[in-house]
Ligand binder design. Sequence first.
Ligand code: ADP
Ligand code: MG
Length: 253
Amino acid sequence: MNTEIKQSPSNGSMSELAIDARSVVKAFGVGDARTVALKGASFSARQGELHLVVGPSGCGKTTLLSVVAGTLDWDEGKVEVFGTGLDGMRRSAITDFRRRNVGFIFQQFNLIPTLNLIENISVPLLLNGAGRRISEEKAAELLKRVGLAGKETKRPTQLSGGQQQRVAIARALVHEPRLVICDEPTSALDSETGHQIMDLLTTAARAPGRCVVIVTHDPRVYGYADRITQMEDGRVKAVLDGEPLQRFVQSTH
Ligand SMILES: Nc1ncnc2c1ncn2[C@@H]1O[C@H](COP(=O)(O)OP(=O)(O)O)[C@@H](O)[C@H]1O
Ligand SMILES: [Mg+2]
């Protein structure tokens, strides 16, 4: 289902990158209300990796990932996802690319209140042209995997915050997108459910040609990271792996 992307033919190491964003600038508003959310942020994530993005509130994490996910236009810089340049692509082409290749778990869940849980989780499959029956079967399987079997016909408003978040995660994974982006996925989850969800996301990250990027403030999640990008004031401050990553994880426990 997700074979539409061609590997970058030019360069072996480039095709290993799931995300390659260079010097991205993004401003909101005009005049006195103008905020520069990204001030030349360069960010990359590799295929097969679970990559965390951390940094203080307001430093541009959500903005950066919205650009990478193809949900937000940016002002300057280059953005490549699995070797496909999003700059210069028409908005409709970016939307199509996103539907096929990206699962996004929003901070505010963005579930559709008038649809039941199975219908909510089915949406990405239906948008990609899958039939209703197969979509609902897959949705039921995902609902089970996030620990909510038995709640198929409930509506989002009948669930707790943590349960809604799990539905949002199921919806982001159901079409097996190559790139899964999560904005604070475990913040509303209790400890046991949080680890269950992290196991699901780790499995998704490790599958060949895939990648999971997670924005989080939750130190419980840090131990799952292959690499961590630290942001500060609209820029990337550091990328941690190996020894520095271990030290960072230990210092937060
Ligand atoms: N839609 C928007 N309109 C105006 N300002 C925004 C908008 N989205 C984000 N910002 C501003 O951009 C900066 C970065 O925001 P954001 O990316 O949400 O940070 P983070 O996710 O790290 O908390 C903040 O100063 C925020 O107020
Ligand atoms: Mg945010």
